[in-house]
Design a protein around this ligand. Structure first.
Ligand code: ADP
Ligand code: ADP
Length: 233
């Protein structure tokens, strides 16, 4: 899917005043990109990406997906949109009381898929992420990298066209990060999923992204092909 963020601004209202988290950001993410959003902590990366699935509503500007302005979507339209956009996080956010299979079947159950179909699909997804043998384990019994693989399988359950990754490898060591980035690339190439990666790590951006945007204090500082924006000094 093609994502067009048009003049996005986001102002948070706090008790001690307002904070402009995004200021007039315009960005195109093409179908098939692995697009990195880089910048320092507090720059607005997370806010920008959360506007794509409308976890945050922009204060002004619009979010256009495949030519359709979705900014004001509510109710059923919003649920359908979100089902096409998977998301993973730094802290994995798995359900601790459910086993691995139960975590991956969860979004399918929500959609009313039959138990047998949900389980079959979840097993396929677990094979895809290399965890076919861990279906009966609980999250606490898995390593960080394995937990992130479960989160990726769950995010793919509804066959999304976009996968948003919010500092998804920040809690992982270098080798595990490398493996997870490889998996994201496979998902991009084999399933044709557009991947958006938030990271504060230039090394992560260089490893996995074809394009990047640099966010600085809420503004888009630069955007383009990774080899141009992050050219070695
Ligand atoms: P206070 O009046 O107690 O200082 P604010 O709501 O103004 O509280 O927030 C203080 C700081 O924390 C601000 O910089 C604000 O942007 C940030 N902040 C508040 N809530 C959140 C949140 N949910 N996530 C991230 N940052 C937040
Ligand atoms: P990043 O992902 O680059 O670290 P964020 O998008 O999380 O940045 O935050 C951008 C700015 O907005 C920060 O100053 C943060 O404190 C503030 N902020 C984020 N969420 C909230 C919120 N819900 N309420 C108030 N301020 C927030």
């Amino acid at each position: 899917m093609m994502i067009h963020l048009k003049n996005l601004s986001k102002t948070y209202e706090g008790r001690s005043g307002t904070h402009d988290a995004l200021r007039d950001v315009t960005l195109h993410i093409e179908r098939g990109d692995v697009f990195g959003i880089i910048g320092q902590s507090g720059a607005g990366k997370s806010t920008l990406v959360r506007c794509i699935n409308l976890l945050e509503r922009p204060t002004s500007g619009s979010v256009v997906i495949d030519g359709v302005d979705v900014t004001v979507y509510e109710g059923k339209d919003l649920r359908v949109l979100r089902s096409k956009i998977g998301m993973i996080f730094q802290g994995f956010s798995l359900f601790q009381q459910r086993d691995v299979l139960g975590n991956v079947t969860f979004p399918l159950e929500l959609r009313g898929v039959s138990k047998a179909d949900a389980r079959a699909r979840a097993r396929d997804l677990l094979s895809l992420v290399g965890l076919a043998d861990k279906a009966d384990f609980y999250p606490s019994q898995l390593s960080g990298g394995q937990q992130q693989r479960v989160a990726i399988a769950r995010a793919l359950a509804n066959d999304p066209k976009i996968l948003l990754c919010d500092e998804a490898t920040s809690a992982l060591d270098t080798l595990t990060t490398h493996a997870i980035l490889g998996l994201l690339r496979d998902i991009n190439e084999q399933l044709g999923v557009t991947v958006v990666v938030i990271t504060h790590s230039l090394s992560v951006a260089r490893q996995v992204c074809n394009k990047v945007a640099v966010v600085d204090r809420g503004r888009l500082a630069e955007a383009g092909f990774v080899e141009d924006v992050l050219a070695a000094p």
